[in-house]
Design a binder for this molecule. Sequence first.
Ligand code: AMP
Length: 194
Amino acid sequence: MSRPDLIILGPQGSGKGTQAKLLCDKLGYVYVGSGDTLRDMARKDSELGRKVRSYLEAGRLVPDEIVMPVLEEKLRSVPASQPVLIDGFARRLPQYEFLKKIWPALGRNDYQVLFIELSEDESVKRLASRSGIEKREDDQPEAIKKRLQWFRQETLPMIEAMKRDGIKLIRIDGAPSIEEVHGEILQKLELVET
Ligand code: AMP
């Protein structure tokens, strides 16, 4: 069965990265993640690396002119015959406009959006308790608040615009366990018998 390309979105702490990777392992999607890509860039000792790092540490969205070309290059590197799962892009309206512009040239069909929902209270609790190897440089309380704020102010309106454009939006409750959320995703993608 050919799989639809997917974009996975959700507030910080919703587990979207974990779910994205599970889906890739199970269903053979090629993972294209903006957060991972930016974290790799931030490790480089260059002007660009330092700039990206400063945004990540502050919990701010990295400027579009940095994120968009990087994502475009990643997407272009995947043959159109392979389904992609895009984690964390687009995150705001100009990025969505950009995606609409480049998508036809990638030779891909329509995509669907998986939206992992989680209340702000639950997001804060989860992020604050990340520890050890899970802990990321952007998990400081001030950065967490900033990330939730731009999710509300920038990502939610973009999701509304996607809906208006007729993109299939699949809402998933992110509160249950990792396994349960994974199961719900598979069901809603109609990839398992119910
Ligand atoms: P994530 O791992 O998807 O939660 O992303 C981690 C961080 O990378 C975010 O908090 C942002 O600072 C940055 N980031 C990821 N994706 C984007 C994007 N599409 N646009 C701007 N910044 C992004």
